[in-house]
Write a protein that binds this ligand. Structure first.
Ligand code: FMN
Length: 182
């Protein structure tokens, strides 16, 4: 086994957490996560993100009520909404994925769990922006929930499967369909 593989094993499984303990997330933990997010690489180093840290229970409840598949978000002690500038396109969408993964992975490394709560279709995004006071011309698609994990189980009746495809289904060598040489 490679000598440095242990940290990779730690972040290999960053489960989507949808059940949280009723325990606040300390400010220094949030500050560290925001620092980690700030240093994410982005297209042309544009750093297009703005983060809104939300702790207010009622506000989180209103967001979680936007659609059934994010109802669990009401139980999280904190969320970080990610906002992008007017006219954001594919580059910013790519950046959003990168910065989100940093928040989720950073949370795991600090002993917390994280979960993506996607606002949904444009009318629901508009409603989320209204709840969070985000100007209409900005883009906001999600809030990343953070807290101590109570369980990694999905409480929803019809969640997606949790496993992953094997590498044999995902990888080619040298050319499409090429196999691994010995
Ligand atoms: C773009 C995007 C939108 C997502 N939306 C939701 C959502 O609305 N509700 C939810 O519970 N999980 C949502 N997720 C989390 C995925 O369901 C989760 O990453 C996937 O099922 C793998 O989870 P696991 O790593 O725990 O196996 C979203 C993830 C992504 C990348």
């Amino acid at each position: 086994m490679l000598a440095l593989v242990k940290p990779l094993r730690t972040i290999r499984r960053v489960s989507q957490i949808r059940q949280y303990k009723d325990e606040p997330v300390p400010h220094d933990v949030v500050d560290e996560l925001l620092e980690l997010a700030r240093w994410t690489g982005s297209s042309r180093n544009g750093q297009p993100w703005h983060f809104i840290v939300v702790r207010d229970k009622e506000r989180l409840r209103t967001i979680a009520a936007l659609r059934p598949s994010i109802n669990w978000a009401a139980g999280a002690p904190l969320g970080i909404a990610i906002v992008f500038p007017p006219g954001s396109g594919l580059g910013e969408a790519y950046d959003e994925g990168r910065v989100t993964e940093r928040l989720l992975t950073g949370a795991k490394l600090l002993g917390y769990g994280g979960g993506v709560a996607w606002f949904g279709e444009p009318p629901l995004q508009a409603e989320a922006k209204r709840i969070l006071g985000i100007p209409e011309d900005r883009h906001a698609r999600q809030i990343v929930m953070i807290g101590r994990a109570a369980s990694a189980k999905d409480p929803r009746p019809k969640g997606p499967p949790r496993g992953r495809k094997p590498l044999s289904e995902l990888v080619s060598y040298e050319r499409w369909g090429g196999s691994k040489s010995a």
